[in-house]
Design a protein around this ligand. Structure first.
Ligand SMILES: O=P(O)(O)OC[C@H]1O[C@](O)(CO)[C@@H](O)[C@@H]1O
Length: 542
């Protein structure tokens, strides 16, 4: 955490110890307005944090924390193009990608909006051409399938959003290949016809080993089916490294650029979103950007305690740094948001999973929490047992739409909603021994087993609800989480926009490849690594 918040943080900790455990059941019973007082809205987007262990003093101190940390000034610095990604000397301007106003956005004095609009227009023309068939494959056949090859931020955003918005997908079918495991691309291509398939190679750096290896496999697949000359018509690329794309052999008119001021995990709004635009069309992609822009405006202008990303970040920081809870579960009650937890894992953990502070010194206090989850209701039948009765407290973030996309299945949506709300109620309320005994007695059950049916309760959760998962609502939801990560980073004292922690593994994998291939011996590697290589080489024989 940053030194500036030390005094207020201590007050928060003292308050927490003195009032803890804040009895949420009692808090609700004693305050009929608790929901009203501990929730905030932006149009049809609602954040309910009333089932978190906060009281008036907690919120007052969290607001003070925001002041001490200069959160509003730091937010403004990000939007204004200051080079807040200090270790890479870069601006952080993913918000410019969804700037729907006429206002310029400057990086080093230069307005970046014209280039952003130009790429969006080019993407729109390309997506429309694919949809209406004017951009076809080498044999003249219409493109029916698009394979996006990318990993991390060049995969998770488009993969998550295409699934989330499947009711709006009326363009070519999109598929995603990310893993270096050949099984991934083999399974994807096995279902497809090269004559009707377009491959998008998405890589900010155009050096990532997984992406470049899979791209080479796909290139071979296309060339073997239709000849080398067909490659150009079946590939497109998304990258900041335009020279490297040219070397791969993809024509300039099929290259969609973005810029160093866009981090990989913040890039869905850029040309990395091309698969989404192809799937849902440019108009709906515009609505997706619009939703995020609306959230940006809210983040920039709403007072701290009415500001959804500020509140989400402050509560998240409170849970992590004051309550000392090391993880949080994100549970979308929406099957189409199945990849949202994975998306948020990269967004949050690659941003705030660092033990070094912005100034290069060791971080004082914790780094960001572990983020994990699965959709409800499936997760209820998997790990909710631990959430309710395990020894660790894990704050849960429920996500639910008021309306589904299946009007004929309204009953199922009602059941989904009931389950979502019931889980947060159960986590908060719990069940006492006396209640368990009384219930068992009434049912004629063996009361000696009542301790197994006790729920401690008082377990924190918050709920994010909105009208319907439209492109607009999804853009707004992602932007909400992006800014939450930003807010928490400022309080932890972390640069949320670099990712040096992924480098060591990459370097060692490169060094180990010749050992695995038997071209070098394992000398210099530890005995575990050498033993594992030997085992695998032995088992590869025959
Ligand atoms: O788009 P690229 O350059 O291929 O990188 C893919 C991913 O790899 C990382 O650099 C590290 O895993 C991520 O930050 C990034 O999203």
């Amino acid at each position: 955490m940053i030194p500036d918040i030390g005094r207020t943080l201590t007050k928060l900790q003292v308050h927490h110890v003195q009032t803890m455990p804040l009895d949420m059941r009692a808090a609700f019973a004693g305050d009929p307005d608790r929901f009203e007082r501990y929730s905030a809205r932006l149009d049809d987007l609602l954040l309910d944090y009333s089932k978190c262990p906060a009281d008036t003093e907690t919120m007052h101190l969290l607001q003070q924390l925001a002041i001490d940390a200069d959160l509003e000034q730091k937010r403004d610095a990000m939007f204004s193009g200051a080079h807040i990604n200090a270790t890479e000397d870069r601006a952080v301007l993913h918000t410019a990608l969804r700037n729907r106003s006429d206002a310029p956005v400057r990086d080093g004095g230069k307005d970046v909006m014209p280039q952003i609009r130009a790429v969006l227009d080019a993407m729109g023309a390309f997506a429309t051409g694919l949809s209406d068939g004017t951009i076809a494959g080498a044999t003249g056949k219409r493109i029916t399938d698009v394979v996006n090859i990318g990993i991390g931020g060049s995969d998770l955003g488009p993969a998550m959003t295409c699934q989330a918005l499947s009711p709006y997908c009326d363009g070519p079918a999109v598929h995603f290949v990310s893993n270096i495991d050949g099984a991934h691309i083999a399974d994807a291509l096995a279902k497809l016809d090269p004559e009707t398939t377009l491959v998008i190679v998405a890589s900010k750096t155009f050096t990532t080993i997984e992406t470049m290896t899979n791209a080479a496999t796909a290139r071979k697949w296309i060339a073997e089916a239709m000849g080398e000359e067909a490659v150009g018509q079946h590939f497109a690329a998304v990258s900041t490294a335009l020279d490297k794309v040219a070397a791969f052999g993809i024509g300039q008119e099929r290259v969609f650029g973005f810029w160093d001021f866009v981090g990989g995990r913040y890039s869905i709004w850029s040309a990395i979103g091309l698969p989404l635009m192809i799937a849902i069309g440019p108009k709906r992609f515009g609505e997706f950007l619009e939703g995020a822009h609306n959230l940006d405006n809210h983040f920039r202008t709403a007072p701290v305690l009415e500001n959804l990303p500020m509140l989400l970040g402050l509560i998240g920081f409170f849970h992590r740094a004051v309550c000392n809870w090391g993880s949080r579960a994100v549970i979308p009650y929406d099957q189409r948001l199945a990849r949202l937890p994975a998306y948020l894992q990269q967004l949050d953990m690659e941003s705030n999973g660092k033990s070094v502070a912005v100034d290069g010194k060791a971080l004082e206090g914790p780094s960001g929490p572990l983020v994990w989850g699965e959709p409800g209701t499936n997760s209820q039948h998997a790990f909710f047992q631990l959430l309710h009765q395990g020894s660790d407290i894990i704050p849960v973030e429920f996500i639910i739409a008021a309306q589904g996309h299946e009007p004929d299945l309204q009953h199922q949506h009602d059941l989904l909603v009931a389950n979502c709300l019931a889980q947060s109620e159960a986590l908060m309320r719990g069940r006492t021994l006396e209640e368990a005994q009384a219930q068992m007695q009434a049912n004629g059950a063996d009361v000696s087993l009542a301790p197994h049916r006790v729920f401690a309760g008082n377990r924190p959760s918050l709920t994010i609800a909105y009208k319907k998962l439209t492109p607009y609502a999804l853009g707004r939801l992602i932007a909400l989480y992006e800014h939450r990560v930003f807010v928490e980073a400022q309080l932890f004292g972390i640069n949320a926009f670099d990712q040096w922690g992924v480098e060591l593994g990459k370097e060692l994998a490169t060094a180990l490849l010749p050992v695995v291939e038997g071209k070098e011996d394992a000398e210099g590697h530890d005995s575990s690594t050498a033993g594992l290589v030997a085992f695998i080489q032995e088992e590869q024989k025959g």
